[in-house]
Write a protein that binds this ligand. Structure first.
Ligand code: ADP
Length: 366
């Protein structure tokens, strides 16, 4: 190819157009959420056993003890609750739990269970020791939630027959099972539900060296050739999230195959990531939008979550669950009782000079 880096061949243009159509807007590249197509690709990259699972060392060790002990006793382990931002491995862990126990797995989610009857249908057909994964468990409807209390504690459900004053509840024994619940908003879980989990783990963003390890493993599975520096570059821009790391790897591979000799070097990774508008710290469009609004529209804050969400045209939950945790983790934003406040580093990240009052504030490291 003789074109400069800015020129797209006609074939590429056509291919990109198709890709855009198939994938939606380019900023989906950085979304921590996955659509159905993404889920299919992800299943090939998911670690299948606990020993293959990188990072979250403490959670891994605790899980290993729980699972080994359950296997020795020949009894299903306690119910497990996993919380943390999207894309950090909650579904993966649920699958690993089932695999390590050699037990079947049922997957459902809070919003999918519309009536308690839906839940009764799942629970009453379980075989002994099965693992039930309920994603977004904080969105379970109230009647289903109450049915779950009894099921988790006594392995029993009350099936209500009939309506009104003549309705009767028939208790039904169910097979002992293990519930794995996942939530991005642990704070929303009612205490009676939270208390019925014998083990609660919070997943945190991954360190760059852990992401690098995940990226190398995925590159091996996908047959992508990657240099050490290429892996490092990707890992620092992946927003601490394995789902994003895997997705960026695929996007950079596309670039390497079409524009370079197929090898993902630092240079190739950097140019490709710029093309996909991934910023140097891995912030995506929503993250940047939130930071930008706090700084430019609200003078750096404090600004309340709902005001901020309205200004961005986003759901408050999306801002709170998807963007904020990473901005806070990066030290660009803080949560105060009066609202969200951009830090001096947050101003600097946007290329702006922080107001003197902020610059003089002592930081955590002073
Ligand atoms: P969540 O359920 O928290 O949204 P998932 O379990 O679906 O996240 O993980 C998203 C993707 O990231 C999966 O395809 C999986 O391959 C990858 N992934 C997550 N955690 C890890 C890990 N610790 N090691 C390797 N890959 C991981």
């Amino acid at each position: 190819m003789t074109e400069g880096p800015d020129a797209l061949t006609r074939a590429e243009e056509a291919e990109l157009a198709t890709r855009r159509q198939a994938r939606g807007p380019a900023d989906d590249t950085m979304s921590a959420l996955a659509d159905a197509d993404e889920r299919a690709i992800e299943s090939a990259l998911r670690p299948k056993r606990l020993t293959e699972f990188t990072g979250q060392a403490r959670v891994r060790e605790q899980l290993s003890l729980i699972l080994t002990s359950a296997l020795r006793r020949g009894r299903p382990p306690d119910h497990l609750l996993l919380s943390g931002p999207p894309g950090l491995g909650k579904t993966t862990i649920a699958m690993i739990v089932a695999a390590e126990l050699g037990a079947p797995l049922r997957i459902t989610s809070g919003p999918a269970i519309e009536r308690s009857g839906d839940l009764a249908a799942i629970l009453s057909t379980l075989s002994e020791g099965e693992v039930v994964f309920i994603d977004e468990i904080h969105r379970l409807a109230r009647p289903a939630e109450e049915m779950l209390y009894l099921a988790m504690e006594d392995f029993r459900v009350d099936v209500v027959i009939g309506k009104g004053p003549g309705a009767t509840a028939i208790p039904l024994e169910i097979a002992p099972f293990t519930l794995v619940g996942a939530t991005t908003r642990a704070g929303l879980l009612p205490a009676p539900l939270r208390d019925r989990f014998g083990f609660t783990a919070h997943l945190d963003f991954y360190a760059p060296d852990e992401l690098e390890h995940i990226i190398r493993r995925s590159a091996g599975l996908l047959g992508v050739t990657l240099t050490d520096e290429g892996a490092t570059e990707l890992s620092t821009r992946s927003r601490g999230t394995p789902r994003i790391a895997n997705r960026l790897l695929r996007r950079v591979r596309d670039y390497a195959e079409v524009r370079a000799d197929g090898v993902v070097t630092r240079e190739v990774a950097r140019i490709a990531l710029e093309l996909y508008e991934v910023d140097a710290r891995g912030l995506d469009r929503l993250d940047r939008g939130v930071l930008d609004a706090v700084v430019r529209r609200f003078g750096g804050g404090p600004v309340g979550l709902s005001t901020l969400a309205v200004a961005l045209g986003e759901e408050a939950e999306t801002v709170e669950v998807v963007a904020e945790p990473f901005l806070v983790r990066c030290g660009l934003l803080t949560r105060t009782p009066r609202g969200r406040v951009a830090t001096a580093a947050g101003w600097a990240h946007l290329g702006l000079t922080p107001p003197p009052s902020l610059a003089e504030l002592p930081t955590l490291f002073d």
